[in-house]
Design a protein around this ligand. Structure first.
Ligand SMILES: [Zn+2]
Length: 678
């Protein structure tokens, strides 16, 4: 069985140790004879030596205490706590020995005093040191107790050998030596076992520390009998031998404290490195947000290959999911959106600043669904999250933050009509968050481009709903990074996650036809059945995915002016006007375009596709107003209108939107015909 020592156990044991030792102090001081006082005159250095040792132990005690307070884990706190008691008791021991006369025996052979208090102190603290070693090497409890017993035997025989002469003394000394050998053998095997199985056991200290500990114990404990022999056989003076004992005693106990501190310092070094890494990550995020690509400079600089490849990875724009925390400081003033009408379907996100869009998102998430109550989060937390989401949208022409807020707004409006009464609070909140997150980190490149160019993302998601999978993944990571779902129980968390994933994946145009057919089938049967919805969570998720997809197809259902502005933006994104650069071979080199895998955030897609010899859809290359009108007409007539028609069949109160679409068809038709006539 492994040692399972809690902090409370260590504390109890520590107080018992202190109690026993203090009783021993009182007893040995009271039982001391007058001759004890004379010893200080006989050996004038003794007092100074003991007090100095006491002070150094007091320092060790403080170090332990600091390590205890600063410990990173309960396990380390327990280890430091144990040493705090040991070094504290040792400090008191030497203070008493140096300032008060205490009980002593005389060594039968040398006539030197043998302090009883010292042996009691050893009896109290040494087994704790063994327990400590057992803990750091995760040794079996039985082995630790065996070593403790051997240690008591060692102390007893050591003390006894000083009280007899001749064969008896020699026998005790021999037994003590055997005990010592067994103690050391066991400590050696405990630490050795830990060093070999380091990875399995998750040890609190490093293997280097374990090596230090075993050698430190061997030397400092092993030198005690050497001093004893030197005293008895070679006439080492009492003061000299006491000086040695003080030093070895200090090494045995405080040495462990120093090893622990050195381990803590080592880990502190790692911590600093990880902080440095997060700063580099942050700077990379800022550079990327400003569309600055530094990877080519990294390549030019003669860096250590490992450092270079790491930097390229951090600075490169092809990281699948950014770990960069791009959260910026909260603005000091509240953004007012009193002039923004969130009630109208024709909410115009394109005229709003980013901070106003953020505020709109907060208001919509707060009022259209019970986000704050369901997730048990503060408005401040929600606002911080929205700001971070904004930072994770790119400044593309169409799939940008304004698009996300428009979809969020539309989703809120549609949700009121379609699913408010049949879905749970958690589901509705999840659908709204899915709307906010549904295009995160969209780089203005389509799924077909990713697949045809064999991009990293396409590879990651096996060509299936590449972008949508990526959006859901980045979005969910943001939710977790901000601990927005921490208050949900596991059932609600699963429900939330399933809803977000289903809704975001449902925005893939590749599943549009399939969804459309299913929606038509439901309309044929008289619309969504309330009891069927209540019984079937998958059907509810389908309904919510349909709502989000409808919201995502908002542009032809807006007033003509607004619809046209969004259409122009989509054409622009298709036309790859994001970075109007001709792709000379030099530029191609700049953007590191090669047939397999591309490494640039914003590239003219069709030009790129042409350049790479990839298949491309002709509507993406078409530019100019006539192409826009024709393109929109085609999109509305073959995609948007049939879809909205099925929506109206299921939810008749949406008829207004279908009327809008018909109006817009008329306007686009007129425009394209007028142009033709001229
Ligand atoms: Zn979208």
């Amino acid at each position: 069985m492994m040692m399972q020592t809690t902090l409370a156990e260590i504390a109890t044991r520590g107080y018992v140790m202190v109690g026993v030792f203090m009783l021993a102090v009182i007893a040995t001081v009271n039982m001391s004879s007058e001759s004890a006082g004379v010893l200080f005159e006989t050996y004038p250095l003794l007092s100074v030596m003991y007090i100095a040792t006491s002070i150094t132990f007091a320092f060790a005690f403080l170090v332990d205490l600091l390590a205890y307070i600063d410990a990173g884990s309960d396990q380390k706190r327990a280890l430091s706590g144990l040493l705090t008691f040991v070094d504290g008791i040792a400090s008191i021991n030497y203070l008493v020995l140096g300032t008060m006369p205490t009980l002593y025996f005389l060594d039968a052979k040398t006539g030197h005093p043998v302090w009883i208090l010292r042996y009691i102190e050893w009896a109290v603290t040494c087994p704790q040191l063994i327990h400590w070693i057992g803990l750091v090497s995760a040794a079996p409890e039985s082995q630790t107790y065996k070593v403790m017993m051997l240690d008591y035997m060692l102390l007893f025989c050591g003390l006894a050998s000083t009280q007899f002469l001749g064969a008896v003394s020699l026998t005790f000394f021999a037994v003590a030596t055997i005990c010592f050998i067994f103690v050391m053998k066991n400590i050696w095997s405990m630490t050795g076992h830990a060093i070999i199985n380091e990875e399995e056991k998750e040890l609190p200290l490093t293997t280097r520390a374990l090596h230090l500990i075993r050698w430190e114990i061997l030397i400092s404990w092993g030198l005690h009998p050497v001093v004893e022999i030197a005293k008895q056989q070679f006439g080492l003076s009492f003061e000299a031998s006491e000086a040695c004992v003080c030093v070895f005693d200090y090494a045995a106990k405080a040495g462990l404290a120093l090893i622990m501190v050195s381990v803590n310092l080592e880990q502190l070094k790692d911590l600093r490195l990880s902080r440095l890494q997060s700063i580099v990550d942050f700077m990379a995020g800022v550079l990327k947000a400003s569309h600055i690509d530094l990877t080519k400079y990294v390549k030019q600089a003669r860096l250590d290959p490992e450092v270079g490849s790491w930097l390229s990875e951090v600075l490169g724009s092809n990281r699948p999911v950014t770990t960069v925390n791009r959260r910026r400081r909260m603005s000091m003033h509240t953004v007012h959106i009193r002039d923004v009408d969130l009630d109208t379907w024709d909410f115009d996100a394109l005229v709003l600043s980013e901070s106003k869009l953020e505020e709109c998102a907060v208001q919509i998430l707060k009022t259209s669904v019970p986000s704050l109550e369901t997730l048990k989060i503060s408005e401040m937390k929600l606002r911080e999250f929205v700001q971070d989401v904004r930072a994770h949208y790119n400044k593309t022409s169409f799939h940008n933050f304004a698009h996300a807020i428009t979809v969020l707004h539309a989703c809120g409006k549609l949700g009121q009509i379609t699913c408010r009464d049949v879905c749970s609070g958690v589901e509705l909140v999840a659908m709204m968050f899915a709307a906010l997150l549904h295009d995160t980190d969209h780089k203005g490149l389509s799924n077909s481009f990713h697949v045809n160019s064999r991009s990293d993302l396409a590879n990651q998601y096996n060509d299936v709903s590449v972008l949508e999978n990526h959006h859901a993944c980045v979005g969910f990571r943001l939710l977790n990074d901000h601990h927005l779902l921490d208050q949900l129980n596991s059932q609600d968390y699963t429900c939330f996650r399933k809803t977000v994933v289903d809704c975001v994946l449902g925005t893939d145009m590749a599943v549009h036809q399939e969804q459309s057919k299913k929606l038509e089938g439901i309309a044929d049967c008289g619309g969504f059945d309330e009891s069927a919805l209540q019984a079937d969570p998958a059907l509810r998720r389908f309904l919510m995915a349909v709502v989000l997809h409808t919201a995502d197809l908002y542009s032809p259902s807006k007033t003509f002016d607004l619809a046209q502005r969004w259409a122009i933006r989509l054409q622009k994104e298709f036309n790859d006007q994001v970075r109007p650069k001709t792709f000379t071979s030099a530029a191609q080199k700049d953007y590191e375009i090669h047939p397999v895998g591309f490494h640039c955030a914003f590239v003219p897609q069709v030009k790129l596709e042409k350049q790479l010899g990839l298949p491309f859809q002709s509507f993406m290359a078409a530019s100019g107003k006539q192409a826009l009108y024709k393109g929109e007409l085609g999109f509305i007539q073959f995609v948007a209108k049939p879809w909205y028609k099925q929506m109206v069949r299921n939810f008749p109160s949406l008829q207004l939107l279908c009327d809008r679409i018909d109006d817009n068809i008329q306007r686009y038709t007129q425009l394209s015909e007028v142009k033709k006539d001229v």
